[in-house]
Write a protein that binds this ligand. Structure first.
Ligand code: HEC
Length: 89
């Protein structure tokens, strides 16, 4: 399974991007304090929802377009998938 190692690398890089831009509001290791959406709740098939919210912002969250690149967004998504509530499904 050649894709496994690649995914793990992306997840590790994604954790660094997440810690830089997102953790202040969304919490360490994605554990939300309750003030923000808990990113572990994003389901496998909700990548479009994730990308739309990150690029365009939502509610109290500013848009990240131009700050977080498409590639970095992909890395964050891989990181979220490793901790998501439905990761074993
Ligand atoms: C300034 C605080 C703040 C930062 C920094 C922040 N967010 Fe958010 N985020 C929020 C808040 C507040 C919400 C809830 C918005 C709402 O539903 O009104 C949210 C919601 C979301 C959602 C869910 C939107 C939905 O569909 O319900 C995603 C996905 C998300 N953030 C991803 C990210 C990512 C990835 C980063 C880092 C690049 C990030 N956020 C950084 C405050 C923040």
């Amino acid at each position: 399974m050649p894709s496994l190692g690649q995914d793990a690398k992306k997840a590790a890089a994604g954790e660094r991007v997440y810690t830089t831009y997102c953790a202040t509001c969304h919490g360490d290791a994605l554990v939300s304090s309750g003030q923000t959406f808990d990113l572990r709740r994003l389901r496998k098939d909700e990548r479009p929802r994730f990308e739309n919210a990150v690029q365009n912002g939502k509610g109290q969250m500013p848009p990240w377009k131009g700050v977080v690149s498409v590639e970095e967004m992909d890395l964050i998504w891989h990181y979220i998938r490793t901790l998501a509530n439905d990761r074993d499904q």
